[in-house]
Design a protein. Structure first.
Length: 207
């Protein structure tokens, strides 16, 4: 089923791309710069813009913390001999928060100004991580995380919409590459740190 769902997501993406009205971009130079020059240009634009610098400073630790929290909950439930079906339910609750957030994202963007959305997800993340830390041995730990992930789609839509508006047409791909690389690279270390923390300081499983 996961493979079928993934295949359907690509099918829907291809359909959406095919329906996009063209042309979307301005005419480009016939002799584009080399890869190194293009990368440098993207880096200069991102680090030269105060808003994009703030995005990098916030997104990397935020993604790191949330991914680490999800992994910590799963490992802790396994250590307490929780059944696989319950662990799957825990992940489903977190995913459902993101799905529900995507459905209501347009409404949230209309009701809540973008700066307040960003502040909300940052403070909510700090709060839910504390709450989840007290609930890691039960499926209830997923509920606080689902609530903060609920805000995520609206924040991402507003953030990348603003980024697209302030970025020159020929730099769109380069700027997005820098943002995604910086925002997601730290997440790769989250499972490792979570595993070390659970192994070293986590509650012992019941025999």
């Amino acid at each position: 089923m996961p493979f079928v769902g993934n295949a359907l997501s690509y099918l829907f993406s291809l359909t959406g791309v095919a329906l996009i009205r063209r042309p979307m971009q301005a005419r480009r130079d016939r002799d584009p710069p080399g890869h190194a020059a293009a990368l440098a240009e993207g880096l200069r634009f991102v680090f030269g813009n105060p808003f994009l610098r703030a995005v990098l400073a916030i997104a990397a630790p935020l993604n790191f913390a949330l991914n680490g929290a999800v992994f910590t909950i799963i490992v802790t439930l396994q250590r307490h001999d929780v059944r696989p079906g319950v662990i799957g339910l825990t992940e489903t609750i977190v995913g459902a928060g993101g799905l529900a957030g995507a459905l209501v994202a347009p409404g949230l963007q209309r009701w809540i100004p973008f700066p307040r959305l960003i502040r909300s997800i940052c403070w909510a993340s700090a709060g839910v991580l504390v709450c989840s830390a007290w609930l890691t041995t039960t499926v209830a730990a997923a509920v606080p995380l689902a609530l903060v992930i609920f805000i995520g789609p609206a924040c991402n839509a507003a953030l990348f919409g603003y980024q697209a508006a302030i970025t020159p047409d020929h730099l769109q791909g380069r700027v997005l590459s820098v943002i995604f690389m910086a925002a997601m690279s730290a997440s790769a270390g989250a499972p490792l740190l979570a595993g070390v923390v659970v192994t070293t300081w986590g509650a012992r499983s019941r025999s």
